[in-house]
Structures are given as C-alpha cells and as structure tokens.
Design a protein around this ligand. Structure first.
Ligand code: GAP
Length: 499
C-alpha cells in the first residue's frame, strides 16, 4: 500500500483523518474515529500488559502535558531540542534542512550542523520545492517545543511536554518514596507529547501532537541484569553505529563481542519478542539501528532506534527507541530543583540510571495497517492478532425479517457486556463481511432461519465465520461468549518467558 491508499482506508473505515477536516485540515494533527480510537486503545493495553504488568516493580503514572519552563530548561530541551531549518530567500518557505536535502536525493545525517547543511545545499544546487529558487537563507536551529503563556497578560512561560519521559523524571522522587524504595523501579506513561515539526507529513509519521508509550526503568548501575540466560540465544537484526551492514546476531554475542551491556541487550530481546511474538511482525521486518555521533539524542549514552519495514513509508522506519540515558535526567533535575536525587540503596547513595523503552503509538498504529493489511483476488483483510482488533465480533442477520432481527438483538445484548460488538444489518452479507475484514474483526456471527426455527437441529445456534480462513462453524448461542473469549484473550505471560 502507498500512503494515499492507507490514508484512504483510514478515512473510509473510521480510523483517522486530519483534525478540523471540515476546515481543510491542519498539518501534523489528526483525529481518530471510532475504529481508530479502539485500535489505539488495544495497542496501548497490550503494550501495558506486556511491558508494565509483567514487570516486578513497574507502575503506570500520568503526568500533565503542560509543564512550566524550569524543568525543560534543565532537561536541556529549551536549548537543545532543535531541528535545523532553512528558508528559501525568494518565497520564504521554511524546510527541515535534512528533509529538503534527502528529498533532493542527497543523504545527510539528521544531526549534521548548520554549516554542513548550508554547504550541501549550495554544492548540490538544491531547488526550493515551492518556487524552484536555489537561493536559501543560512540554516539555523529551530526549537521544536510548543511554547505557552500560562495565565493572563504576560503570564509565566510554559511548554507542552516534548516527551512523556519528563513527567516520569519529575515524579521519580515522590514515587520512589511512595512505592517500595527499591531499585529497579519502572514508571510508565502513555500520553500526548507535542513537537512543532517543520515538515509534518507522511500521515502519522511526523505529527505535531503525538501519543507516546514510554517506560522509564530507574536502576542501580552496579546491580542490574548481568546475564541474559536463555534470552542470550535469541537472534536480532542490528545495524551497529559505524558498521557498513546490518547483521543478524545472538544477544549473547552482542554483549561479548560488541560490548553492549547485558541490561541493554536483555531489553532488546524483550522488545524483539514484543514485535515478533505479541504483535506478529515477521522477523525480517524488524531491526535495531544504533545511533552515534550527532545523530544520538543529547541525553543518550546508548541509542538504538527500533525500526520496522513499512512499505508505505518506503522501507525501515523508526517506531520506537531503546535509550540508555545514564543519570543525565535525574542529575539535571537535581541541579535545577535543588532536590536531592540520590537514593539510598544497600547503604550506598546512588543517583539511579535510566533505561528508556520509548514507542510512538501513532506510528505503531500506522505500522499495523501497513504490515497486516493484505489484499488478494477476492478480498482485503486486516490480519492483526485478534486481541488487537477494534471490534471482536460482528452480528448479522441473513435477511431482514422480524424473527431474525429479534434473535440478532438478543445475541447483541448477550455479547455486549464482554466484547466490542458491531451490529450490521445493511447491505448484502458479502459486503458486511468485507467491511469487517477491512477493520480486522476476527469473528462474524450470522443468524439464519435455522437459528429461530423450533425443532430444527440447528435451533438456537448461529454460524461463526472466522476472518482468517473464512471457516464457518456452527456454535450454540449459549456457547458464543466462551467461543469468542478463548480466541481473543491476551495473556502476556504466554510471551514473557524470560524471567
Ligand atoms: N523519550 C524519548 C523520545 O521522545 P524520540 O525518538 O524523540 O525519543 C520516541 O521519540 C518515539 O516517538 C519515536 O520512536 C517515534 O515512534 C515517536 N515520535 C517521535 N516524534 C514523532 C512525531 N513527530 N510524530 C509521530 N511520532 C513521533
């Protein structure tokens, strides 16, 4: 699928579309419809079960999205959370410099300096995509945070948070004391973050308002995962910084040969299992890309992007990151707030280090549509895992008839308390199946004449059609709930076999 096709599907089937669409939409800001909001919730809840609920000392918190200025000055975002922009001298359109260059076929590092960007633009005589001029103003840094004025008149300066992570760092000290005063401690947040992206585009890839699911693991650097156990044999695809090629390598080897710390490699395996086993992404479509030099985020000691091969975005693209942030954030907030951030662990004072597991929910949602939407000669199916499906089951009647309609109503009411049920009585059965296939509904229940015919051997039974193999099974109405529940259940411990 290309971007237009995917956007078309998203609009047609109630997933997402530009905000304020009736006014012409807004760049990089999207609304989710019923089906999209449900799919997003499913991804978030599977993420939460797998990454947080299975963790021994991991907790979900929620921080405000509006922050005062001071924390973001001390976190470094006010001065360093920048992209390089360049403006056309003639038409005054501004571009993200690396995007302008890469669209012109010139590859340059995202973190290259302004002088390097200017040089590349001049050397390659890059044209302004808007007016075709080759004259550009000097490149400059542009801070990506969205600034706010809090209160009336000249109120206090604030910002919309640029990453959920900051809320976890700001709450660490209180949570450490409220919880068990032990390390490691995990604080997870699923919530909005805001970035004033210069070139929002490619659907949900570069948004100005986005949802992140991030888990900050605070740990004592002297006492954490030191062995990988069985997980060490797991192979992952990694492109290490400075190497020409990506490689398929066992996690044990990554630790021994490439000096990746065991705690870091362990979490690479944990993430790889999430994508391969829980979400079902084929092995060859997942890789870790190590960033170094100017491309590494300013707070990171080790930085790998989690990339998935997404056709509509032209290949491997970042959907998340595994970031070893050291004690950077707590030390900075300690200095800024004059609050002691060291905690007492086994009679030693330790400023905890942080390993961050960071995921863009919107990009992952796009990925689900891209990777799992399959078209064949007779139908289009979103083949996601049943526990990710927005609707668990649809209920139809074979024909519009009073007896059948009342049986449909009875089944709908019976299933609603435990499942998300779609009731559809419009159009042919074939069209109703097609609609459900496209949004990934794993089961369609059809009420027919035998369902309501007293004396028939199929009385009080229905046909359940399964999305993936189109197999039809006759199921007693009384057994429908357990039939569906068994097949849509998600148990993270089935996948979590590493502890
Ligand atoms: N707390 C670390 C952090 O925010 P990041 O690499 O800047 O790191 C994490 O962002 C994830 O958030 C990315 O891997 C991506 O999935 C998602 N993300 C970042 N910027 C985005 C944007 N403008 N639009 C959509 N998703 C974005």
């Amino acid at each position: 699928m290309d971007i237009e096709e995917l956007m078309g599907l998203a609009k047609r089937r109630g997933l997402f579309w530009p905000s304020a669409e009736i006014y012409g939409g807004a760049s990089g800001i999207y609304d989710y419809g019923d089906v999209g909001a449900l799919l997003k919730r499913r991804f978030e809840s599977v993420w939460l079960s797998y990454f947080v609920d299975t963790g021994r000392d991991c907790y979900l918190i929620e921080g405000s999205t509006v922050l005062p200025e001071a924390p973001l000055v001390h976190s470094g975002h006010a001065s360093r959370f920048n992209d390089t922009i360049v403006g056309c001298s003639k038409c005054k359109t501004f571009y993200r410099a690396d995007v302008l260059l890469s669209d012109a076929g010139i590859s340059i590092s995202e973190g290259a300096g302004t002088a390097e960007m200017d040089k590349a633009i001049k050397e390659h005589r890059v044209k302004c995509p808007n007016c075709k001029s080759t004259q550009f103003m000097p490149a400059k840094a542009f801070n990506m945070m969205i600034e706010l004025q809090l209160g009336p008149e000249k109120g206090d300066r604030g910002y919309l948070r640029p990453e959920t992570a900051q809320s976890a760092y700001l709450n660490f000290f209180r949570e450490f004391n409220v919880l068990r005063k032990t390390l490691p401690l995990g604080l997870a947040i699923i919530g909005k973050a805001y970035r004033n992206e210069i070139s929002p585009r490619q659907g949900l890839f570069r948004m100005r308002e986005l949802t992140q699911a991030e888990l900050q693991l605070f740990f004592d650097p002297e006492h954490w995962v030191s062995e990988l156990g069985d997980l060490g044999k797991r192979t992952v695809t990694v492109h290490l910084y400075g190497k020409k090629e990506k490689q398929r390598i066992a996690l044990d080897e990554l630790v021994e040969k490439h000096k990746i710390p065991a705690f870091y490699a362990w979490h690479m395996g944990f993430i790889d299992a999430f994508y391969r086993e829980v979400i079902g992404v084929p092995e060859e479509k997942i890789m870790f890309l190590e960033k170094g030099g100017e491309e590494k985020a300013f707070y990171n000691k080790i930085h790998m992007d989690i990339e998935i091969d997404i056709d509509s975005w032209g290949g491997f693209r970042e959907v998340g990151g595994l970031h070893y942030r050291g004690d950077y954030d707590l030390t900075q907030h300690g200095k800024g707030s004059k609050q002691e951030m060291a905690v007492l662990v086994n009679e030693r004072k330790v400023v905890p280090h942080v390993l961050e597991l960071s995921f863009g929910v919107d990009r992952n949602l796009w990925m689900l549509l891209d990777v799992f939407f399959k078209k064949d000669s007779d139908r289009s199916v979103l083949g996601i895992k049943p526990y990710l499906a927005p609707y668990h089951v649809a209920v139809f009647s074979l024909q519009k008839e009073a007896d059948l309609d009342s049986a449909v109503e009875r089944i709908y009411k019976k299933l609603r308390p435990g499942f998300k049920v779609f009731l559809d009585n419009s159009g042919s059965i074939g069209r109703r199946y097609a609609r459900m296939d496209e949004i990934g509904t794993p089961f369609c229940v059809t009420v027919d004449y035998d369902t309501v015919k007293k004396g028939s051997k199929d009385h009080d039974t229905v046909t359940v059609r399964s999305r993936d193999d189109k197999k039809q099974t006759r199921v007693k109405i009384d057994d429908l709930g357990s039939f569906i529940a068994e097949r849509i259940a998600f148990n993270p411990y089935e996948y979590f076999k590493f502890n």
